[in-house]
Design a protein around this ligand. Structure first.
Ligand SMILES: NC(=O)c1ccc[n+]([C@@H]2O[C@H](COP(=O)([O-])OP(=O)(O)OC[C@H]3O[C@@H](n4cnc5c(N)ncnc54)[C@H](O)[C@@H]3O)[C@@H](O)[C@H]2O)c1
Length: 303
């Protein structure tokens, strides 16, 4: 049996790039797909086309089942109608892939409040709201005594894991998505919902110019490591019944490589059983730092 046979899957921002690849990969594994995309430009401003309709047509042309949802997932209305559209079209919801987003890159000193708000909104709130509406449905299902094997796959980024120069808004939102993933996994496990996150890297309009060399397809054939389709197999597995027992985890996925990311943990520590003076606290902290691992590099630092 195909891995996602019979499942109903929502993919946000599925009109192009990684979301499109995920939607097609789920359909190829037997899922019925709700293809969401607002069709905005790279900076989130209104775009001229509706890419979700094209992906729906592609899935149908391949013999699969899909419906389009063109709403904004970072609004309560858009997120609610997204979940409703899965229920209206297919009568159930099994998997939510939160993926939609856009960039407004600036150094922090040049970052306008609007660019901060827009990017934090689309990524962080754009994960929370669909998650909340899907969770309400799954909790009601579980309370009604029906078996739930639901999956949520969130989309973080290397920028959220390590920080990225010129992307303070995006890095903060993507780091927030990691914490949201941990909380959602802990809160929703009792209802049969697993929540994990990926940090992908692939050639899409988001990366094809900034990282043109690293993202290019190889000349003369061979494995096209940066094709977005390489990230989707892990997402399909995380979104299927086959990943039973895996929750609250973060994976990097790029080309042919999958890495489990291990997060913040306590390092060297000292307890004095009372309050430090600032001078004593500084001395103690400096000593601890000599015994600790150096932090990982921030993307783009020192370039
Ligand atoms: N491409 C990479 O290497 C990379 C790396 C790390 C993380 N990511 C993340 O992967 C996800 C997909 O990015 P991509 O590279 O495929 O970019 P993309 O621009 O090709 O696709 C994103 C899609 O989201 C849609 N969208 C934006 N705002 C929306 C909204 N409010 N409601 C509904 N749809 C909306 C856009 O119209 C677009 O089609 C993003 O969350 C991105 O931050 C990508």
């Amino acid at each position: 049996m195909a891995m996602a046979q019979g499942r109903v899957v929502i993919v946000t921002g599925a009109g192009r790039g990684l979301g499109r690849a995920h939607a097609l990969a789920f359909a190829a594994e037997g899922a019925r797909v709700v293809v969401n995309d607002l069709g905005v430009g790279l900076d989130g401003l209104p775009g001229p086309d509706s890419p979700a309709a094209r992906v729906v047509a592609e899935i149908r042309a391949g013999g699969g089942e899909a419906v389009e949802h063109g709403g904004d997932i970072a609004t309560n209305e858009g997120a609610a109608s997204l979940v409703e559209s899965a229920l209206a079209a297919f009568g159930r919801l099994d998997t939510l892939v939160n993926n939609a987003g856009f960039l407004r890159d600036r150094m922090l000193v040049n970052l306008d409040e609007d660019d901060w708000d827009a990017v934090v909104r689309v990524h962080l709130k754009g994960h929370f709201l669909p998650l909340k509406h899907a969770a309400a449905y799954w909790r009601a299902e579980a309370k009604a005594g029906r078996a739930v094997a639901a999956r949520v796959v969130n989309t973080s980024s290397g920028a959220g894991l390590s920080g990225s120069v010129g992307q303070g808004n995006y890095s903060a939102a993507k780091a927030g998505i990691l914490a949201l993933t941990l909380v959602a996994a802990a809160e929703m496990g009792r209802y049969g919902v697993q929540v994990n996150a990926i940090a992908p890297a692939a050639r899409t309009r988001m990366t094809e110019r900034t990282f043109a060399e690293a993202m290019a397809a190889p000349d003369g054939g061979g494995f096209d490591a940066m094709a977005p389709e390489n990230v989707s197999p892990l997402v399909v597995w995380l979104g299927s019944r086959a990943s039973a027992g895996v929750t609250g985890r973060v994976f990097e996925a790029e080309g042919g490589r999958i890495t489990v990311m291990e997060g913040w943990r306590p390092g060297p520590t000292v307890e004095r059983g009372g309050r430090w003076t600032p001078a004593e606290a500084g001395e103690a902290a400096a000593k601890l730092l000599t015994r600790s691992q150096a932090p990982g590099a921030v993307y783009g630092a020192g370039e």
